[in-house]
Design a protein around this ligand. Structure first.
Ligand code: F3S
Length: 390
């Protein structure tokens, strides 16, 4: 990989050990993937922020990096294992909290913004169309590539942090136009809005590691958020090409090697398959983090109802969305906990609950493994019905 003289100096350690380590990581990645150079990025988003996912070894690595490494572009962090302000009410223990706060401190010392969310594009950090970024969270990556039109690979936590420090990333994969062409066309035919997480769940399985073109339906921003997150969880792909009006250009058309239609029967069958036993002790909404629009919509549907009290409820969101709708938060708090900075997957949920119902296609993939939960998929309407009474 060709390096500029400044990059060579960083690699030699002239600009500090932290920056040197970051350069070593980026150049190794670049060599593995055949990148010719490093390119500047507009922002970074770093995963590996919960003590549950990175453990003591991860903390020590971050603390070592934080002794002299500093970010050189705006950089945000993925959700933590707890709500920084309401961790006690979540039921998280003192020891977990102490370790989690060492992670927060290390990221803070390196200059990362205290935005602990998987929806940085809703938290004031939306990239420009065509801009290169280095984001790690899979659901954010797929949104950035597919909806915003920015360019990012699905970074690992360490490579996103290295990119944040250097302000650059190796130019390979989805940074290059030739690797952003769809290979499979998936038509969403009459798929109901509440079923878009399941459409994404199925689309990821169909796509595998191919970029799909999504036709037949124009998705709202919140539908994209749920669809892309589920697709990235069941498939090994960080991008799709929305084409609701069939305006694909001839080049893209020629590259399509398979066409598949997903209709109401497919998503209903999937929802039946993912409907577990009705014995959940937690209802968890907000994977990816709820937008302020979603919080308001749920609150308006619950406003005249009272809590069923049959199970605990978590509404997971970003601190920014939380701040945007105080009235909605007041309503939702009658029914459960509104949590920021964290989520049902990266928190120590397994120490608190055994079975979770969710409206998230992505959480249906990770809750059984990372969270050791028995899971049930229910639509948002079904969940709101279950947690409330007239
Ligand atoms: Fe976000 Fe946690 Fe889901 S990080 S996408 S809410 S698994």
């Amino acid at each position: 990989m060709h390096l500029t003289s400044e990059e060579e100096r960083a690699l030699s350690g002239e600009q500090g050990r932290g920056r040197q380590k970051a350069m070593e990581l980026l150049t190794a990645l670049g060599d593995i993937f055949g990148a010719e150079r490093l390119i500047s990025i507009g922002s970074a988003q770093v995963s590996g922020a919960s003590f549950k996912t990175i453990g003591e070894a991860g903390i020590r690595w971050l603390e070592e990096m934080s002794s002299d490494a500093r970010t050189s572009v705006p950089a945000m962090v993925n959700p933590l294992g707890l709500d920084v302000r309401r961790w006690r009410s979540m039921g998280v223990g003192e020891e977990f909290h102490t370790r989690q706060m060492r992670i927060v401190k290390a990221y803070g010392a390196m200059g990362l913004e205290p935005v602990y969310s998987c929806t940085p594009y809703l938290a004031g950090r939306r990239p420009r169309r065509g801009q290169h970024v280095a984001w790690a969270e899979s659901s954010a990556t797929v949104f950035a590539n597919s909806v915003v039109g920015a360019r990012t690979n699905r970074e690992g936590g360490p490579s996103a942090l290295a990119a944040a420090i250097v302000g650059k990333t190796p130019e390979y994969g989805l940074h290059l136009e030739e690797n952003r062409q769809p290979k499979v066309a998936i038509e969403l035919r009459s798929v109901d809005s509440e079923m878009t997480p399941l459409a994404g769940f199925l689309a990821g399985r169909i796509a595998g590691n191919r970029i799909p073109m999504i036709t037949g339906r124009r998705l709202s921003a919140d539908e994209h958020k749920a669809f892309g997150a589920a697709m990235a969880a069941t498939g090994a792909v960080s991008m799709y090409v929305p084409d609701p009006d069939g305006k694909r250009d001839r080049r893209q058309e020629q590259e399509i090697e398979e066409r598949v239609t997903l209709g109401p029967d497919d998503v209903i069958r999937c929802s039946e398959d993912l409907r577990g036993a009705d014995d959940w002790d937690l209802v968890a909404v907000g994977c990816p983090h709820c937008s302020s629009r979603e919080l308001r919509s749920m609150a308006s549907r619950l406003r005249r109802r009272r809590p069923s009290g049959d199970q605990d409820v978590w509404f997971c969101t970003s601190r920014r969305a939380f701040a945007l709708c105080p009235d909605a938060i007041k309503v939702l708090r009658r029914f459960g906990k509104v949590l920021c900075d964290t989520c049902m997957v990266v928190s120590p949920i397994e120490e608190l609950y055994g079975a979770t119902a969710t409206n998230s296609g992505k959480a249906m993939v990770y809750l059984p493994t990372l969270g050791h939960q028995r899971t049930s998929f229910l639509t948002t309407s079904e969940l709101l019905e279950a947690i409330s009474r007239k």
